[in-house]
Design a protein around this ligand. Structure first.
Ligand code: GLN
Length: 206
C-alpha cells in the first residue's frame, strides 16, 4: 500500500512594489474554488524564491520593480526558477518585465527585462492613467467573457519565430500570451472576483 502526502501549493507573489495583495486574495479564492490546499506568500528575498512552487510578477511600475529586483539581488534567483520551469504569471508591469524586448519607453527608463517571453512590449500602449478601461474578453482555452481591467497597460508583439501562444487580443493588440510555463497578461486578472485565470495557473501545479 502506498500513501501520497499532498503538500499545500506554495505560491509566491513578488512583493517589491505594486498590486501585490490583490493577487493574494485572488489565489485564496481560487484555492477554495478548486478545493486544494495552498499558501500565498509575498516574496522579497532570495531564500523565499527558492521555497515557492509558482511565482507571480504583479502590476506596478516595471522600471521600479526592475530596479528593486537588482537592489535585493533577486534577478538571478527569479531567472533560475523560471528556467527550472516553475509556473510564472506576469500581469501588466509583470508582463513588461518578462518580455525579451521593449520599446523606446522601456529603454529610456533603464528597465532591464527578464527576457523570458519571446515578445516585444510597448509600455502604456493604450495611453496613461486616464485611458484606463475595462473590457470583456475571450482568453483562449481559459475563459470566455472575462472582465479585464487595463491600467496604463502594455501591449505585446510576437517576435519572429516566437514560441509564445496568443491567448488574448484587444483591438488587434496582443494582451495575453502563454509560453511554456509562463503566462503574461497586459491587464489585471486579480482585480476582479473571477478566479478563472488564477485557477488555470494553479492547475499547472496539479
Ligand atoms: N505602465 C506600467 C509599466 O509599464 C504598468 C502599469 C500597471 O502595472 N498597471 O510599468
Amino acid at each position: 500500500m502506498s500513501f501520497f502526502i499532498v503538500e499545500p501549493m506554495r505560491i509566491g507573489i513578488l512583493g517589491v512594489q505594486g498590486a501585490v495583495s490583490e493577487h493574494v486574495g485572488a489565489f485564496e479564492r481560487a484555492f477554495s474554488d478548486m478545493g486544494v490546499r495552498g499558501t500565498v506568500d509575498i516574496v522579497r528575498n532570495a531564500n523565499h524564491i527558492h521555497q515557492i512552487d509558482a511565482l507571480v510578477i504583479p502590476g506596478g511600475e516595471s522600471s521600479t520593480i526592475s530596479r528593486i529586483m537588482d537592489t535585493l539581488n533577486l534577478r538571478k534567483e527569479i531567472l533560475s526558477r523560471i528556467e527550472q520551469g516553475i509556473p510564472v504569471m506576469g500581469t501588466c508591469a509583470g508582463a513588461v518585465l518578462l518580455a525579451s524586448e521593449g520599446d523606446e519607453a522601456v529603454r529610456r527608463s533603464g528597465t532591464k527585462l527578464l527576457g523570458s517571453v519571446e515578445v516585444s512590449v510597448k509600455r502604456n500602449a493604450f495611453g496613461g492613467q486616464r485611458e484606463s478601461f475595462e473590457s470583456n474578453m475571450n482568453i483562449k482555452g481559459i475563459a470566455e467573457g472575462f472582465h479585464a481591467v487595463f491600467i496604463r497597460a502594455p501591449s505585446m508583439e510576437l517576435l519572429p519565430s516566437s514560441r509564445a501562444r496568443v491567448l488574448a487580443t484587444f483591438e488587434d493588440k496582443l494582451v495575453g500570451v502563454e509560453q511554456n510555463n509562463i503566462l503574461s497578461f497586459s491587464f489585471h486578472p486579480e482585480l476582479t472576483r473571477d478566479p478563472r485565470i488564477h485557477r488555470y495557473f494553479l492547475e499547472k501545479l496539479l
